[in-house]
Ligand binder design. Structure first.
Ligand SMILES: *Cc1c(COP(=O)(O)O)cnc(C)c1O
Length: 222
């Protein structure tokens, strides 16, 4: 399948999901996750109209970025080791995986300009998942006041690999409720309006539960 074919199909599903919950499809940002595919395929995605691309590792990101550059908006979606921050922080447009103070400190030290960041939350509590415990998120975000290189634009989560619809919805709802609490505080450094949630297998549910950014790899470019 071409990316254009996949994208057309995805847009139909998004439209349908948006209808179910009275949302505007234009409010959903599709991030094409290119970690499994070649530079050529990433270029094809861009040409098909996928303007936001995501990578989860430093090496993969730099390889694609060197070839494609700022024609795309780049989302760094993987867990990020502090020592690698300096290699990517001034090239990426968004970080989806801010989950600890040491990482925030390194971003503050290395970034030339303010970087929009999502705070990653481990909603499901699985050991294998990165991210903050939901109970820690509010204090963590408050503690970033004064970090002028970081703007908290939203929250991010990875749902567990299950296909029980109600359990998935519960994860997405919990992230949304947390987002609402923080957004409603109207913090200057943390407008926190966005929700990065939903992948190839669950983006339709995530949209129905309020996702503003979906991260899709295998079903779009893979
Ligand atoms: C790989 C990855 C995705 C995309 O996964 P698919 O199931 O291929 O859509 C989304 N988010 C993160 C953090 C990833 O690492």
């Amino acid at each position: 399948m071409t990316v254009a074919d996949n994208l057309a199909e995805m847009k139909q599903i998004i439209q349908h999901a948006c209808k179910n919950c009275e949302r505007n499809p234009d409010d959903i940002t599709i991030i094409g996750v290119t970690k499994y595919v070649s530079i050529e395929r990433a270029r094809e995605a861009l040409k098909a109209g996928v303007k936001n691309l995501g990578e989860n590792r430093r090496e993969g990101f730099l390889e694609k970025y060197e070839a494609i550059g700022s024609d795309a908006a780049w989302h760094f979606i993987g867990s990020l080791q502090s020592r690698k921050v300096k290699d990517i922080i001034n090239e990426v447009d968004y970080i989806h995986s801010l989950d600890r103070k040491s990482l925030a400190k390194e971003i503050q030290k290395r970034a030339d300009k303010t970087v929009p960041c999502f705070v990653q939350v481990n909603v499901s509590g699985e050991d294998s998942k990165h991210g903050l415990d939901p109970a820690e998120v509010e204090d963590f975000i408050h503690s970033l006041k004064g970090y002028d290189k970081i703007k908290i634009v939203g929250l991010m989560t990875m749902a567990p690999h299950i296909d029980k619809e109600e359990e998935l919805r519960a994860v997405f709802r919990k992230l949304r409720a947390l987002r609402d609490i923080i957004r409603d505080q109207k913090l200057d450094h943390a407008p926190c309006e966005w929700l990065s949630m939903g992948m190839s297998n669950d983006y339709k549910l995530a949209i129905e539960e309020g996702a503003t950014h979906i991260r899709v790899g295998s079903s779009l470019v893979g």
